[in-house]
Ligand binder design. Structure first.
Ligand SMILES: Cc1cc2nc3c(=O)[nH]c(=O)nc-3n(C[C@H](O)[C@H](O)[C@H](O)COP(=O)(O)OP(=O)(O)OC[C@H]3O[C@@H](n4cnc5c(N)ncnc54)[C@H](O)[C@@H]3O)c2cc1C
Ligand code: FES
Length: 286
């Protein structure tokens, strides 16, 4: 976990809403800036890390950072309205203040992926952490080979960041990128239809030299892994993020523990990013 900016792991820092964008019926993108100008200009994090966002008098929620620290002065959270805290967050307007703890979690090992092609597969809200990876890789374009992103959802109205990704299509050839957006339950949709696994062999990445990152509901992970291993991708560079309800976010409360007595895993500090080998060796992790 990155603690460069903190002496206190639990420290809440005040941040205010700068802008709010409606992404879908359920998800909004919030742009935040820390009130402390030194923190605003220096705060850093890795793709795949998360924060605890606190709404005074209501409670806290665990949310992945969807922006990239390569873009300074602000950070972004994509938040689905599901319950008590997120419903109140959805009412926030520019200027409103929240508390932010973090960044927490291990994040993706972006350095270990340097020199490789990247295959990013997102389903639904999984696009939130994966957007951070995608923007990071674009801002460090020379460090990676071909970058392919498959963004999938049940309906086109649920495709997160759909317009933003469509707006990048003009640079895909020049930047050696591929962006595919596919839906699984909308037969009349004019674009790509079907599951992400149906498109992996069309992405043009080199299976022998490619890191695969999957973010979505856990039930899709085994399907994706089965498919990529079948296509000759190496199991050494398969990554995913997992979600388990969290409280402290820093490995103290035991709320997020998985595994067994001899192989105990804290989702908040050992994860939320795990490898294929972690999944295979830890019962109950998915
Ligand atoms: C590492 C991590 C990253 C996350 N990133 C994001 C993100 O980028 N954007 C986002 O919108 N959400 C994200 N979540 C989920 C988010 O934390 C919860 O949806 C949120 O805290 C719900 O708070 P609430 O008070 O609104 O809902 P509550 O009133 O507490 O619960 C409403 C419903 O949601 C369910 N729920 C609550 N938390 C979770 C959870 N963690 N997993 C599954 N079901 C849950 C409850 O069981 C209940 O059915 C993430 C969770 C984790 C652990
Ligand atoms: S959330 Fe408290 S130990 Fe992980």
């Amino acid at each position: 976990m990155k603690t460069d900016n903190y002496t206190d792991l639990y420290k809440l820092n005040k941040a205010h809403v700068v802008r709010v964008f409606d992404l879908t019926d359920k998800e909004k993108l919030f742009v935040f800036r820390f009130d402390d100008k030194d923190l605003a200009s220096t705060w850093t994090y890795k793709p795949g890390q998360f924060v605890q966002i606190a709404v005074p008098g209501v409670g806290e929620s665990t949310i992945s950072i969807t922006s990239s620290a390569t873009r300074k002065g602000f950070f972004e959270l994509c938040i689905r309205k599901v319950g008590r805290v997120t419903s109140v967050i959805h009412k926030l307007r520019p200027g409103d203040v929240v508390g932010i703890r973090g960044p927490y979690g291990n994040g993706f090992p972006m350095e270990a992926m340097e020199g490789k092609d990247l295959l990013l597969i997102a389903s639904g809200l999984g696009m939130a952490p994966l957007r951070g990876v995608f923007l990071y890789a674009l801002d460090n374009r020379w460090l990676y080979g071909r970058i392919a992103l498959i963004n999938t959802a049940r309906y086109s109205s649920e495709l997160l960041f759909r317009e933003e990704l469509d707006a990048m299509l003009d640079m895909t050839t020049a930047e050696n990128l591929l962006i595919m957006q596919t839906v699984t339950r909308e037969p009349e949709y004019p674009g790509l239809k079907g599951r992400a696994t149906e498109y992996i062999d069309q992405t043009g990445v080199d299976p022998k030299n490619c890191a695969v990152i999957v973010c979505g509901p856990p039930r899709m992970y085994m399907d994706v892994f089965r498919k990529v291993l079948q296509l000759g991708f190496s199991p050494d560079h398969l990554y995913m993020t997992l979600e388990r309800r969290m409280k402290c976010g820093v490995g103290k409360c035991g709320h997020c523990v998985a595994g067994t007595a001899t192989n105990m895993v804290y989702m908040c500090k050992d994860g939320p990013v795990f490898t294929y080998y972690d999944i295979m060796s830890t019962p109950g992790l998915i």
